[in-house]
Ligand binder design. Structure first.
Ligand SMILES: *Cc1c(COP(=O)(O)O)cnc(C)c1O
Length: 236
């Protein structure tokens, strides 16, 4: 897990370069395609947030890692599971309450469904609003001009707590290509904060992946979601 050390050092350097505290940035290890055994290894090296893209794959790993704990293989108990992929409405039933944070709220029907299941389970689901800052047709996330409207709607759902914004910028061959999109997300969060909407917090900016996380940290990310730089290239 030398990779993990390298990533942590790079995050810290990027933070310090803009006068931020390295501790203000949390590492979300992106676990898609990574086995429970390898996640367990990463956890033993201090990973404490795992971000998954598919609900079933995540549930499988949560169960497996839970069993490893029960059989005394010594996992620290406070692993936080985040959902970072596209969330289908018919999967919300399985997702609500299982993930500490859902990074990908991007529509009112999805908000309604999350609220419904969170209410049934008697909990408040923390979410981030995913914003399609690159305004790409094929991508998930709400268009920037509709973000404020969705936030206002989400603020009315008592079993949802909006904590901030998330984005996946357009693919770029150069990390610097992501900077304007990260900056846009950060500016959007500031605009939403100014609105002073009841129950809405803009404390998290989830942005930056293996190829551009340092730029994201420079632009104010509080969570970076990193897969390949920790676990190596994905197959398939
Ligand atoms: C896969 C994935 C990541 C991590 O991507 P890497 O390039 O492997 O670091 C981050 N965010 C989302 C939404 C992802 O699907």
């Amino acid at each position: 897990m030398n990779n993990l050390e390298v990533v942590r050092t790079r995050i810290a350097k990027a933070a310090l370069s803009v006068g931020r505290r390295p501790g203000a940035i949390r590492l979300v290890a992106a676990g898609k395609g990574v086995t429970a055994e390898r996640l367990k290894e990463a956890i033993s090296f201090g990973v404490d947030i795992i971000g998954e893209n598919r609900v079933q794959e995540a549930i499988c790993k949560i169960d497996k890692l839970g069993k490893m704990v029960e059989t005394g293989t010594g996992l620290p108990p406070q692993i936080s599971w985040h959902f970072i992929g596209k969330l289908q409405r018919n999967k919300v039933r399985d997702a609500a309450g299982r993930f500490d944070l859902i990074h990908s709220l991007d529509s009112r029907p999805l908000a309604e469904e999350i609220n419904k299941w969170a209410e049934k389970r008697g909990l408040i689901q923390k979410v981030l609003l995913e914003v399609n800052v690159g305004e790409e047709e094929t991508k998930g996330g709400i268009m920037p001009e509709r973000a404020l409207g969705l936030i206002k709607e989400a603020s009315l759902y008592k079993h949802i707590s909006v904590r901030g914004l998330m984005t996946v910028p357009p693919v770029s061959s150069d990390p610097e290509g992501s900077r304007i999109f990260f900056r846009k997300l950060s500016e959007l969060a500031k605009e939403i904060t100014k609105e002073g909407i009841d129950r809405i917090l803009m404390e998290e900016l989830s942005m930056g992946m293996s190829d551009d996380f340092e730029v994201a940290v420079e632009e104010g990310a509080t969570m970076v979601r990193i897969g390949r730089a920790i676990f190596g290239p994905r197959r398939g």
